[in-house]
Design a protein around this ligand. Structure first.
Ligand code: GAP
Length: 439
């Protein structure tokens, strides 16, 4: 019984706060608007999303390498990329109520949605979304620097470094996961649009003639990634951009969209960026950014296919897709049906009671499982309530140590979705769980 869309959003936000997925940032000071901190459970979910992306995009491929570039960067980078001139949103203020809106996101560009008055907007101003700060102790003489608004430019700027050191040649990719910052005019929908967020981006450099084929490859591969991790097919779609929606340098772009409670919205963009970025950085830096094939003697500027996803936004989509409620014994059971690879904890170790004789074997089981998986340990409250607490955060397996354990050295393993229970010998527990918990 998946809750209807009107209540799903609130339920997921409440669960996130109540169980320690996501907290409002600077909560004890009244909260810092639109910034969030990932709590003990949320940090695990987010790490798992990023790890699954890295595993698919880097570990399981021979043609993609990783990078971790700096967040602070000089204006020259953003001049070349076009962000200084063009990374803007049109901003309007309502003269009546003072509310500020993004003009391109309004249903009616003449009516303020905050006070419903018409004809009250100021002229639109282009507002640059980059955060600017100063490097060095004296603001007057210090150099202006920017917090990166995307991780992508780190890959373009390091193209030659990676090419010269990694022994890769096109087609090959550079992947990066990291924080990006945008001074969004209208952040909102919980962690969907924030000013500080994490991206998972990959720039795939290909011979120019092969770029349409690689574009299709990455559209298919990225959709398959969400599908493999359990995203329901009816909540996912790939939406190709129409001609007038394309950036001037892109020959093809598609958005991977998820059906959020407020409608279809973007999780990831996949773009054929042609040779635009490498050419711009070559022009502005004076460094040649091209590939010279020693075998054929060919020299060319690779074209780039870019799958660019948001880690924080995608983690939220996985939460929304996994949230479920079902009736069990006249009670409502909340269960996060997360794929076990994304589940914050894989196993919870639950001694049936706090009696000292159960604590030693419980610690033994914990010590046995912790090197393999992220484990939770909980010894208070009735066992039924502890199962429900684990269901609510998506833990695939609970392992209960009871008084029979003292005689038979076996434990009860309960599976989250079916609630089926099985008696398993402690000595066979790692093998039993390994079969059921893929990497
Ligand atoms: N390098 C291309 C690029 O950055 P983008 O569509 O602006 O493209 C890629 O961003 C992804 O980053 C988006 O699909 C979204 O998932 C995530 N993202 C962008 N802005 C965000 C924000 N303000 N808050 C959370 N995620 C954001």
């Amino acid at each position: 019984m998946v809750p209807n869309d009107d209540t799903l959003f609130d339920k997921v936000v409440n669960l996130s706060k109540r169980r320690g997925f996501v907290f409002q940032s600077a909560d004890i000071y009244g909260g810092f608007r639109s910034t969030y901190d990932y709590g003990p459970i949320g940090v695990l979910l987010l790490r798992n999303v990023k790890e699954q992306w890295w595993r698919t995009m880097v570990q399981l491929r021979h043609d993609v390498v990783g990078l971790d570039a700096s967040i602070l960067s000089p204006p020259a980078v953003w001049q070349a990329s076009g962000h200084l001139a063009n990374f803007t949103d049109p901003l309007v203020d309502c003269r009546d109520c003072g509310a500020r809106h993004r003009l391109d996101k309004l249903d009616d560009p003449d009516t303020c949605p905050s006070c419903s008055k018409s004809g009250t907007f100021t002229e639109a101003r282009e507002f640059n979304l980059m955060f600017k700060t100063h490097a060095g102790p004296m603001v007057e003489s210090a150099a202006e620097v920017y917090l990166r608004p995307e991780t992508a430019q780190g890959m373009f700027v390091n193209f030659a470094n990676v090419l010269n050191t990694s022994r890769k040649k096109p087609p090959f990719g550079i992947a990066q996961i990291g924080k990006s910052f945008r001074n969004e005019i209208t952040p909102g929908n919980f962690v969907f649009r924030t000013r500080e967020f994490e991206q998972m981006e990959m720039e795939f450099f290909v011979p120019p003639d092969d770029s349409p084929e690689w574009y299709r490859h990455w559209c298919d591969a990225r959709m398959a990634w969400y599908d493999d991790l359990g995203m329901p097919a009816d909540k996912m779609r790939l939406r190709e951009h129409e001609g007038d929606e394309l950036s001037h340098y892109s020959t093809a772009t598609a958005d991977v969209e998820f059906l959020f409670p407020w409608g279809w919205d973007e999780l990831e963009g996949i773009a054929n960026r042609t040779d635009f970025d490498l050419n711009r950085h070559a022009e502005h830096s004076g460094t040649k950014l091209e590939y010279h094939d020693p075998a054929s003697g060919d020299r060319y500027v690779p074209h780039v296919i870019e799958p660019a996803a948001g880690a924080t936004r995608t983690a939220m989509a996985f939460l929304m897709a996994a949230y479920d409620e079902e009736e069990v014994n006249d009670d409502v059971r909340t269960v996060l049906r997360l794929d076990s690879r994304l589940a914050p904890y894989k196993v919870a170790i639950l001694p049936l009671s706090k009696k000292p004789e159960l604590i030693d074997p419980s610690n033994e089981v914990l010590g046995l499982l912790q090197p393999h998986w992220m484990c939770d340990y909980d010894q208070t409250q009735a066992i039924g309530r502890r199962y429900r607490r684990q269901d609510e955060i998506g833990t695939p397996f609970c392992v209960t140590i009871d008084f029979d354990t003292l005689d038979d050295r076996a434990v009860t393993v309960r599976e989250r979705d079916s609630m089926a229970q099985e008696r398993v010998a402690i000595d066979g527990l790692v093998a039993y769980l390994s079969e059921r918990l893929p990497a």
